[in-house]
Write a new protein. Structure first.
Length: 149
């Protein structure tokens, strides 16, 4: 029904599937698939090597781990990342989840491969009366793929 898979280009690179660390955890810890450095005032997309599948009325929300914000002064560029159900296996990038960070600190932040960088929370959502689901075309990619405005 829902879960994570490794994208084909990362299959032999030691990527671990996300796990909840405690029985009461809502979020699945997501790790960096590659080392990335983010300069002060800079931003970067951190690859995870993952894609997520879920029911059509669900979404995967990405939230920063509090330790990344507090200890490294990193923030998600869009506050909360939204991974829609139809992003899974998208034609452009197979639905590869990238986490967008900005560095608000005064020092370069080095993220190592395997560092836990975000938490993913699967959620159901509601539709408005009169919603015209299915009226648009098929998703082609990731960031900005549903239009600029």
């Amino acid at each position: 029904m829902r879960g994570f898979e490794i994208v084909s280009s990362y299959r032999d690179k030691g990527i671990r599937l996300p796990e909840r660390r405690t029985a009461g955890s809502a979020g699945y810890d997501i790790e960096a698939a590659e080392p990335v450095s983010i300069a002060p005032g800079g931003c970067a997309l951190v690859p995870t090597g993952l894609k997520a599948y879920m029911e059509p009325d669900e979404v995967l929300q990405l939230h920063i781990r509090s330790s990344m914000a507090i200890h490294h002064k990193l923030f998600l560029m869009n506050s909360v990342g939204i991974i829609d159900a139809d992003y899974y296996n998208s034609a452009e990038n197979e639905g590869h989840i990238l986490v967008a960070f900005t560095n608000h600190g005064s020092e370069t932040v080095h993220i190592g491969k395997g560092s836990r960088i975000a938490q993913g929370i699967f959620m159901k959502y509601l539709l408005a009366d009169g919603d015209r689901t299915g009226q648009g075309g098929l998703r082609q990619g990731g960031f900005g793929s549903t239009g600029e405005s």
